[in-house]
Design a binder for this molecule. Sequence first.
Ligand SMILES: [Zn+2]
Length: 171
Amino acid sequence: MNPEEVREVAAGGVDIQLHTHRHRSPPDEERYRAEIATNRDRIVAFTGAIPRHFCYPSGVWMPHFSNWLAEEGVLSATTCEPGIATGRQDRFMLPRLLDHSDVTPIEFDAWLCGLGAVLPRRPLAFPAIDTDGKPLLGQLSSTSVPVAASRVYQAPTHEYAKTSTEHSIER
Ligand SMILES: [Zn+2]
C-alpha cells in the first residue's frame, strides 16, 4: 500500500497497527525499538492515530521482545501461532489466524465460530533469519539462531513471497 491508500483505508475505518518497519526482527534492543518507532511515526503521519498493537513479522519473537514492546507503549502483540485468544493469555503472545490463499472459505468460517482451533493443523517449524533479523524467505530451520524460542506456522514458500508484497508499505 502507498501512503495515500493507507490514508484512504484508515479514513474508511480500517485500523492500522504496528509491525517492524522493514519487516525485520533485529536481535538487539536499539535496532528493534527503532523499527517500532519508525513504523509508529509513519502510521501516525498517515492516519493521525497512535498505533498500540503489534504483530511479530513472520512470527519471529524472543522472550525479551515483550519488554522492548512495552517500553514502546505497545499494549498487545500477535504471533503466527494459530489459536483462539483467551483472557489468561500473555498479551504479548496472542495467537492469530494467518489468513492466506490456502485457507478455504469453510476453514475461515470454522475459525470465525471458534471450531478452527480444534481442527488438525500443519506442523510448526522454526524460521530461519539472517544476522539482521530478517526472515529468509521460505527457509525454515530448527537450528536457526537467535530465535531458538520462536515458532511460526509452517507455510509454503509462496506464502512468504505473498507476505512480502502485501507489506510493501514497510519499505
Ligand atoms: Zn508481515
